[in-house]
Design a protein around this ligand. Structure first.
Ligand code: 5GP
Length: 226
């Protein structure tokens, strides 16, 4: 029997950061280093961008369907961001956590804080770009949105970064692989927390000590030193 019995439950992890911080790229890259996590797919009413796939990047749904999901209490949290609804479906989250799998939500700050309020031991991680100049460059080079939307996302970034102290960890995404390894290290460290221990099996001290005293190797050590 191993010395530790740990809680089976996985951790709930929220990853946030301004558009262009690279938070989605980091989580997508995490599959290279870790296969014990599950990324939740959000629902949104915003339009699909070129290259995005329904039911993979998001569940792209109408406003009417979104409102139905709110009414039927299907969402863990939701928000209206830049004029569109975004929400995390409740389904699967508890099931995965109970099976010992870490669950990652890539969501914006308002939603992150709601999740933390509902489930206080949620681990909140904030992704920063290396500089605001680099963020501007990334938003422009993404080539997925018009000028007004880019300006809106850039100004929103300033507000978002001001909320960083509400998070538990920060990762600067200067290099994708390094940032991903840091994220993975946080996941690994969080799994080693002492408060995840349910029980420690030390055995019976008298019995273990008796075995130690009659241990051949131990007695040889004694002879060697003498
Ligand atoms: P985008 O339109 O760039 O895909 O997403 C806009 C913002 O909404 C991003 O910060 C993204 O992380 C966030 N977001 C995506 N899904 C959800 C969700 O289910 N809930 C919340 N609160 N935010 C989300």
């Amino acid at each position: 029997m191993g010395i530790l019995k740990e809680k089976v439950k996985g951790n709930l992890i929220v990853v946030s950061g301004p558009s262009g911080s690279g938070k989605n790229s980091i989580v997508n890259n995490l599959y290279k280093y870790n296969n014990n996590f599950w990324e939740s797919i959000s629902m949104t009413t915003r339009q699909k961008r070129t290259g995005e796939v329904d039911k993979k990047d998001y569940y792209f749904i109408s406003e009417e369907e979104f409102l139905d999901n709110i009414k039927n209490n299907n969402l863990l949290e939701y928000t209206n961001y830049n004029g569109f609804y975004y929400g995390t479906p409740k389904s699967h989250i508890m099931e995965k956590l109970n099976a010992g799998i870490d669950v990652i939500l890539v969501i914006e700050i308002e939603g992150a804080l709601k999740v933390k309020e509902l489930i206080p031991d949620t681990i909140c991680i904030f992704i920063l770009p290396p500089s605001m100049q680099e963020l501007k460059r990334r938003l422009i080079s993404r080539n997925t949105e018009n000028k007004d939307k880019i300006i809106k996302r850039f100004t929103t970034a300033y507000k978002e970064i001001n909320e960083i102290t509400k998070y538990n960890y920060v990762i600067v995404n200067d290099n994708l692989d390094e940032a991903t390894i840091t994220l993975n290290s946080i996941l690994i460290s969080e799994r080693s927390r002492v408060d995840r221990i349910e029980d420690i099996h030390l055995g019976n001290m008298e019995e273990e000590l008796h075995e130690l005293l009659i241990d051949k190797d131990l007695n040889n050590t004694e002879r060697n030193i003498a």
